[in-house]
Design a protein around this ligand. Structure first.
Ligand code: LLP
Length: 451
C-alpha cells in the first residue's frame, strides 16, 4: 500500500498552533515558542519520558465528562452518560469516569477486567459486543454487571442459561439496527441495514426476538440500544434514530403490553480533527436527542424512559496528543516532503486505516507559522505508514519534537507491536504536574508470553 498522491493544491496557511482552536486540548498554550499542556512543557516532557508519548490533558477530560452530564441532566434529569472505554482505556481513565459519575461501556472481557481491577461499580457497567464468548458472558454475569446489551438470539439464550446457573436474573438490553444511514466513513457506520451488529428491524426480526426476550426466564428486558456510527457531524441522524426506536417501544407496548424502561442511543458525536472541521457541540447533541425523545414519546403517549448515551471519541479525542521525535527528512521534488518520526502505524493506525487527518505542530517551534506542507511518515516497514499526510508544519529539523493533536481516541487502544515497537507510555498532565498512568512497554514485555 502506498500513500495517496500528494495534494499539491494544499498550501501552508500561516496558521500557528493556537489558531487550531477546537482541535487543541483545552489547556494548550504557547510560551517561549514551546507548547504547554496542563501547564507542562511538552518539549521537556518528551525529553524526560521519551517518545512516542501519549499525553492527556486531565482537566480537559474531566471538563468533557462533566459537560456531557450537565448537558443531558439539565434537559433530561433521568439520564446517564456511559463512557465508551474502547476509545481510550487504562486504569486511570476508568477511575476518572467513576469519580465523575459516569457509567462504563465495555466490549468483552478485557475491558471488563480493567473495570474490575479498579473496583468500578459493576452496576454501572454495560457490556457490549456482537460476539461475546461464553467465558466473557460468564465473567460479566458473575461480576454482577448492570446491563448486558444482547446482540443476537443465540446470545439471549446463552445469557439466560448462564444467569440460571448463577441463580440470578440478568438485566438486558437488545441492540437494534434502526436502519439509519449516518453520514460518516463506511467502516464505522453501524446503524444501517447491512451490519453485523444487533437485531435487524427487517422482516420483523427484532420484534420477534423481543417477544422471546420478554418470555425468557433469568433475563429481564429493561431497555433498547442502538448505535448508528461514529464521527457523525449531522445531528439529524440521531433524531431519526430516536424516532425509529421510540416507535418500536410504542409497538412493544401496544402488542405485548410491555414497558421498555430505558433507551440507550449509543455514541458517535463527531470531533474536530482539523481546523476546518466544525463538529456540533455537546449541548446541541444533547438538545437534539432529548428533544426528539420527548417529542416522540408525547406523540406515542409513552412515559419518558431513562435515557443513556455512550460517547467515546467526543470525551477523549481532543484531550489527547502524541509526541514524537523527528529522525530524518527527505524531499522528493514535485512529490512530497517526508518528515520521519519515531512512531507511526503502531501507535496511530487511523491514518492508514481510514485516511484520517490530523493537525501537527513542532512543540519546540509552536509559536511559529506552519509554512511547509509535509507528510509525517512512521518508522515501520510499510509504505502506507504515515500519521499525517500533506498538512502544514513549521520547517522541521532533526530532533525536533512533533506534537500531533486529537489523538486521544482510538490511538492507544488500537496500537500494535508491529516491527517489535513497544507501545508508548500514557502521561496525564494537570496543573504543571505530569503523571505516568501507563508505563512504556519494554522489550521484555514484548516477549514475556513466549515459551
Ligand atoms: N457505543 C458503541 C456500541 C460503539 O460501538 C461505539 C464505538 C461507541 C459507543 C462510541 O462511539 P464514539 O462516541 O467514540 O463515536 N476505530 C474507529 C471508531 C470505531 C467506533 C466503534 N464503536 C475510529 O478510530 O474512528
Amino acid at each position: 500500500m502506498s500513500l495517496p498522491a500528494s495534494d499539491t493544491s494544499k498550501r501552508a496557511d500561516q496558521r500557528t498552533t493556537m489558531d487550531l482552536g477546537a482541535v487543541l486540548p483545552k489547556t494548550a498554550a504557547v510560551e517561549d515558542d514551546h507548547l504547554h499542556i496542563g501547564g507542562v512543557d511538552m518539549v521537556e516532557l518528551a525529553q524526560q519520558q521519551g517518545t512516542p508519548l501519549y499525553v492527556f490533558d486531565e482537566a480537559d477530560l474531566t471538563f468533557r465528562m462533566q459537560e456531557y452530564r450537565r448537558a443531558f441532566r439539565e434537559r433530561y434529569p433521568d439520564s446517564d452518560i456511559i463512557y465508551a472505554s474502547k476509545s481510550f482505556l487504562n486504569k486511570e481513565v476508568v477511575r476518572l469516569a467513576e469519580r465523575e459519575g459516569l457509567c462504563l461501556d465495555v466490549s468483552g472481557g478485557g475491558e471488563l477486567a480493567c473495570a474490575r481491577m479498579v473496583d468500578f461499580p459493576m452496576q454501572r457497567v454495560f457490556v457490549h459486543g456482537n460476539n461475546k464468548t461464553f467465558d466473557e458472558l460468564n465473567e460479566a454475569i458473575s461480576a454482577g454487571v448492570g446491563r448486558i446489551v444482547v446482540d443476537s438470539r443465540t446470545e439471549l439464550r446463552r445469557v439466560a442459561a448462564i444467569a440460571k446457573e448463577h441463580g440470578t436474573t440478568q438485566n438486558i438490553y437488545l441492540r437494534i439496527t434502526p436502519g439509519v444511514e449516518a453520514d460518516t466513513h463506511e467502516y464505522i457506520r453501524t446503524g444501517c441495514e447491512d451490519s453485523k451488529f444487533g437485531f435487524t428491524m427487517r422482516e420483523d426480526f427484532a420484534f420477534t426476538c423481543l417477544e422471546e426476550a420478554i418470555n425468557t426466564d433469568n433475563v429481564r428486558l429493561v431497555g433498547l440500544h442502538c448505535h448508528i456510527g461514529s464521527q457523525i457531524f449531522a445531528l439529524h441522524s440521531f433524531a431519526e434514530a430516536v424516532e425509529v426506536m421510540v416507535a418500536f417501544m410504542a409497538r412493544v407496548r401496544d402488542e405485548y403490553g410491555y414497558a421498555i424502561e430505558e433507551l440507550d442511543m449509543g455514541g458517535g458525536l463527531g470531533i474536530a480533527y482539523t481546523a476546518e472541521d466544525e463538529p456540533s457541540s455537546v449541548d446541541d447533541f444533547a438538545e437534539t436527542i432529548t428533544a426528539a425523545v420527548k417529542r416522540c414519546c408525547a406523540e406515542h403517549d409513552l412515559p419518558l424512559p431513562r435515557l443513556l448515551v455512550e460517547p467515546g471519541r467526543s470525551l477523549t479525542a481532543n484531550a489527547g496528543v502524541t509526541l514524537y521525535r523527528v529522525g530524518n527528512m527527505k524531499t522528493l521534488p514535485g512529490i512530497r516532503k517526508y518528515v520521519a518520526i519515531d512512531g507511526g502505524m503502531s501507535d496511530n493506525i487511523r491514518t492508514a486505516l481510514y485516511h484520517a487527518e490530523y493537525e501537527p505542530t513542532i512543540a519546540n517551534k509552536a509559536g511559529q507559522p506552519r509554512t511547509e506542507i509535509v507528510t509525517l511518515c512512521g518508522k515501520h516497514c510499510e509504505s502506507g505508514d504515515a500519521v499525517v499526510i500533506d498538512m502544514p508544519l513549521q520547517v522541521a529539523a532533526v530532533d525536533d519534537i512533533v506534537c500531533v493533536f486529537a489523538t486521544g481516541a482510538y490511538n492507544a487502544t488500537m496500537a500494535s507491536n508491529y516491527n517489535g515497537q513497544p507501545r508508548p507510555a500514557v502521561v496525564f498532565v494537570k496543573d504543571g504536574e505530569a503523571r505516568v498512568t501507563t508505563r512504556r512497554e519494554t522489550y521484555e514485555d514484548l516477549y514475556s508470553r513466549d515459551m
